[in-house]
Structures are given as structure tokens and as C-alpha cells.
Design a protein around this ligand. Structure first.
Ligand code: FAD
Ligand code: MLT
Ligand code: ZN
Length: 471
């Protein structure tokens, strides 16, 4: 290590305390490998500040020593955004110690939290105040609000409540030069110039370090119905989505698509999972919430599904009769991601399309993928209600998964060309990180890339914040 590097580490220890600067290889290891095990980097140290003032001092010290900083929350991201590169000069800035719930304002229906609070802890704090924080991801026990905002996370309740960006009223951010921007406003209307908070949301740690946020809360539902429907194809799933929106209005909170192959994997890797409607090619999982007192919700959902069956939109359906049954249906869906990880590497795509284009996209793209890679397994699931599919391509049964993943550029081209031709996006909710950086450069217009680069150099002129990510 250089003399100035060693001096900087001493200074970081003085700022956060020696116990909160990790340098021993086994301590650093979990912070330099991503959740999917696809990226492995190296770091000079992991630094864990305990307050916004400490984050500010750490950023200032790293800036003076020209040390790159990689912000990290729960390290559950899907695109390697929180993993440093292999050079080993970066500092991983972990927000994990900053997990205070600073306060709940019930009358204003807001909660102010620190960036390292887990999503589950924020949901719990909202629930304790008889309110709802609706963001919902299978990783909610480990992912953090800082990570959720920095990736503009989506999840399973976007249909009704929007993405992370729609749930934020204010942020506190440490800038690349160490200054603190206190933008912790709790206002639903504020037209005083540019909406700066939205720049930081979804910027994956490349423009600033989010240290706290004011989040919007909602009335907690008094009734919740969860149902699984079986369908012949994706076109019918899209028809069902339309029918359910018409019948249930904004009470339809979640509408997830699950292919038989995704369901098979989920059950294979989570023994004891139920198989409620066996033998169908496609499924949709619906969640319907009502905030009214004692609403006749179950009847409304049953009637809507019965009409869908009469019109041959669905082949079969089951409605959960208890919270436990609902949780077991949801587990089938939420376990898919982990099941895919256990199954071995695959080529992931997180795409958004106009909902009207999805059925044709799925039919045509699978044919093109199989044509180019005979036997490849296309595993489709996702948030159909938002037009967001996880369109993952895995090696043929029994083939070497790692070898197959070497085809990523060719498979990406087949899938992403079709996505873009249909007016879609190559990243719906997971972000860009390092996984899709080159794809972003390939598909974004020169104008958009130029604007993004200008914003980056205005806010981080020395390129020390999460280098090599997004751009
Ligand atoms: P990290 O992985 O630590 O970081 C993600 C990015 O944000 C990195 O670029 C990092 O540098 C940056 N960052 C983190 N904290 C800060 C901060 N305080 N300030 C500035 N930058 C920061 N995502 C979805 O959108 N929808 C889903 O349904 C979903 N389901 C998932 C299910 C599973 C099982 C898993 C493992 C992941 C899932 N994800 C999903 C992905 C992931 O959980 C989200 O992207 C989440 O928002 C990441 O939060 P994190 O705290 O783990 O962030
Ligand atoms: C999901 O919806 O399950 C997540 O976004 C995770 C994934 O795509 O693996
Ligand atoms: Zn998802």
C-alpha cells in the first residue's frame, strides 16, 4: 500500500472508529462479491460510518486522497452496482450502521429513515403506526432504503403504488466533495426549481451518497385477497389483467406472471412448496387490497375470476382462504429468484414493455432464442401489471451453465433488440450497474448519453463515486 493510502486509512479510522474500518480479507470478502456471485472485486477497506457527519468526513477524506468510493447497502442488487472493480484501490462505503428510523409523522403520513434501514424495518415501523409503506421486494429483509432509492427499486406493489421514486418526498445526500445536501422535505407539493432528489434516485451511487429519506405512507389495507389463476398463454394473462383492472379498479395491487418453468424451479429448490393448480403453462398471482372497513372483497374477486373463467380467459383459479395460504402462494413467486441462483448461472434480462406488446414479444423472442441456441431454457416471470418481465435464459438441461453464460452478448442482442424495437427498456427495475453498462451505451441515444455524462461530471467531476457503473 502507498504511503498516502496508509495515511488515508488512518484518517478514516479516526473518523468512524478503528472497529468500523475493515481490512482483513475474510471481513472484506462479503462486501466485494455480489448477490448473484457473478462479480468479485477487491477493496482497500470497507468503511462503516455511523452518521451523516461521518459519511461527509469520509467522502472528504477519500476525495483528498483520490480514493474511489463504492456505496453499499444490503448488497442484494442484481447488476453488480455495489461491487468494486478488481483493482483494489476502492473504499466500500457501507451504510449498514445508519439504520435509525428518525420519526413517523402520522398526520402527514410520512416516515423519515436513515439509508441503512432495511426495507422490512421501514415496513414494520409504518405498520406500528397503523400505516403502510408499500414498497415490497423478496429481498426486503436485507435490502436497504438507500439501495432501494439508488436503484429506484420496483417489486410487487408498483401497479398500485409506483416505484421507489414515487414514494420519496425528500432525501439527504452527501455530495462528491463531502458537502451535505439537506433535502429532507416532507412536502407533496414543492415546485421550487429543479427536482434534485429525483436525480439521485436511480443513480446507483454515481452522483451522491443517500444518507436519509422522507418516505410517503398510505392507509393500511383492511382486507387482502390473494389468488392464483392458470392460463393458456401470455395473451390470456394480459386479457385477465385488463379484466381485473376493470372489475377491481385500484384495489388491484399486484399482478405477477409466472411461467410453468419458473414455477417448476421455485418448487424444485424449495421442497414442500405447494402445487395448487398443476399442469398449466402459465400462471398469474393477484393481490387485491381494500382499505375500506369490512369490504366484500373476497366476493368481488371471486365474481371477477368467475367472469374471466366464463369468457375462457382463465383455465382455473384458487383463492387463498387464510393468511398462511396466501403466504404460501406468494412464496411460490418470491422464491423464483433464489431458485434460479441455486440452479446455476443464467443470462438475466429485466425488461419493460408496453403491456400491449408483451404477448407477441414472448412468443417471438423465445422462438429466436431457441433458434440461435437450441435447447436453451427461457424462464419468464415478473411484474406483468407494470409491463416488467424477468426474461432469463439458461443453458439446456444438463449443459454447463458457466459455459452458456459466455453467450451473454449474443443472447442480449437477440432479446434487447426486440425489446427496443417494441418500444421497451433494457432495465425496468434492477438498474444498470456494471452488468448493463455496455448495453446502455449501445441503446441510448447520443443526446441522452451526453446529458447523463454532463450531469455526472457536474456532480462528480473527478469520477470518484462508484466508477465504472452506469456510464
Ligand atoms: P445494494 O445492492 O447494496 O446497492 C445497489 C446500488 O445502489 C449500488 O449501485 C450501490 O452503489 C447503490 N447504493 C446502495 N446504497 C446507497 C446509498 N445509500 N447511497 C448511494 N448509493 C447507494 N429489485 C427490484 O427492483 N424488484 C424486485 O422485485 C427485486 N427482488 C429481489 C429479490 C431478491 C431475492 C434479490 C436478491 C434481489 C431483488 N431485487 C429486486 C434487487 C435488489 O434487492 C434491489 O435492487 C434493492 O433495491 C437493492 O438494495 P440494497 O440495499 O441491497 O443495495
Ligand atoms: C423478482 O422480481 O423476483 C426480482 O426482481 C428478482 C429477480 O429478478 O431475480
Ligand atoms: Zn422483479
Amino acid at each position: 500500500m502507498t504511503h498516502s493510502g496508509a495515511t488515508a486509512l488512518e484518517q478514516l479510522k479516526r473518523i468512524v472508529g478503528a472497529d468500523h474500518v475493515l481490512t482483513a480479507a475474510p471481513d472484506v470478502e462479503p462486501f466485494v462479491v455480489d448477490a448473484r456471485g457473478r462479480y468479485r472485486g477487491a477493496a482497500r477497506a470497507v468503511v462503516q460510518p455511523g452518521s451523516t457527519a461521518e459519511v461527509s468526513d469520509v467522502v472528504r477524506a477519500c476525495s483528498e486522497a483520490s480514493l474511489p468510493l463504492v456505496p453499499q447497502g444490503g448488497n442484494t442488487g442484481m447488476c453488480g452496482g455495489a461491487t468494486p472493480d478488481a483493482r483494489g484501490d476502492a473504499i466500500v462505503l457501507s451504510l449498514a450502521r445508519m439504520r435509525a428510523i428518525r420519526g413517523v409523522d402520522r398526520a402527514n403520513a410520512t416516515i423519515t429513515v436513515e439509508a441503512g434501514a432495511t426495507l422490512a424495518a421501514v415496513q414494520d415501523a409504518a405498520r406500528a403506526a397503523d400505516l403502510l409503506f408499500p414498497l415490497s421486494l423478496a429481498s426486503e429483509g436485507s435490502c436497504t432504503i438507500g439501495g432501494n432509492l439508488s436503484t429506484n427499486a420496483g417489486g410487487t406493489a408498483v401497479l398500485r403504488y409506483g416505484n421507489a421514486r414515487d414514494l420519496v418526498l425528500g432525501v439527504e445526500v452527501v455530495l462528491a466533495d463531502g458537502r451535505v445536501w439537506d433535502g429532507l422535505r416532507a412536502l407533496r407539493k414543492d415546485n421550487t426549481g429543479y427536482d434534485l432528489k429525483q436525480l439521485f434516485i436511480g443513480s446507483e451511487g454515481t452522483l451522491g451518497i443517500v444518507t436519509a429519506a422522507v418516505l410517503e405512507l398510505f392507509a393500511a389495507p383492511n382486507a387482502r385477497v390473494t389468488a392464483l389463476a392458470a392460463l393458456a398463454d401470455v395473451a390470456h394473462a394480459v386479457e385477465l389483467l385488463h379484466a381485473m383492472k376493470q372489475a377491481l379498479g385500484d384495489r388491484l395491487a399486484g399482478f405477477e406472471l409466472i411461467s410453468a418453468r419458473a414455477l417448476h424451479l421455485s418448487r424444485k429448490h424449495h421442497p414442500g412448496s405447494p402445487d395448487p393448480l398443476p399442469g398449466h403453462p402459465w400462471y398469474t398471482l393477484l393481490q387485491v387490497d381494500d382499505t375500506a372497513v369490512d369490504p366484500p372483497l373476497a366476493d368481488a374477486v371471486e365474481t371477477a375470476l368467475a367472469h374471466a373463467a366464463e369468457r375462457d380467459i382463465i383455465a382455473d383459479a384458487t383463492i387463498a382462504q387464510s393468511r398462511e395460504q396466501a403466504a404460501r402462494l406468494w412464496a411460490l413467486r418470491e422464491n423464483i429468484s433464489e431458485a434460479q441462483r441455486r440452479e446455476g448461472q443464467n443470462i438475466k434480462h429485466d425488461i419493460a414493455l408496453p403491456i400491449s406488446a408483451i404477448a407477441q414479444f414472448v412468443a417471438q423472442t423465445e422462438a429466436a432464442v431457441i433458434d440461435a441456441f437450441p435447447g436453451a431454457r427461457v424462464i419468464v416471470f415478473g411484474h406483468l401489471g407494470d409491463g416488467n418481465l424477468h426474461y432469463n435464459v439458461a443453458a439446456a438441461d444438463g449443459a454447463d451453465a458457466r459455459q452458456f453464460v459466455a453467450n451473454t452478448p449474443a443472447v442480449n442482442r437477440i432479446v434487447h433488440d426486440r425489446v427496443v424495437a417494441a418500444g421497451g427498456s433494457i432495465s425496468a427495475e434492477h438498474g444498470i450497474g456494471q452488468l448493463k453498462r455496455d448495453e446502455l451505451a449501445h441503446y441510448k441515444s447520443a443526446v441522452e448519453l451526453d446529458l447523463m455524462r454532463r450531469i455526472k461530471s457536474a456532480l462528480d467531476p473527478r469520477g470518484l463515486l462508484n466508477p465504472g457503473k452506469v456510464l
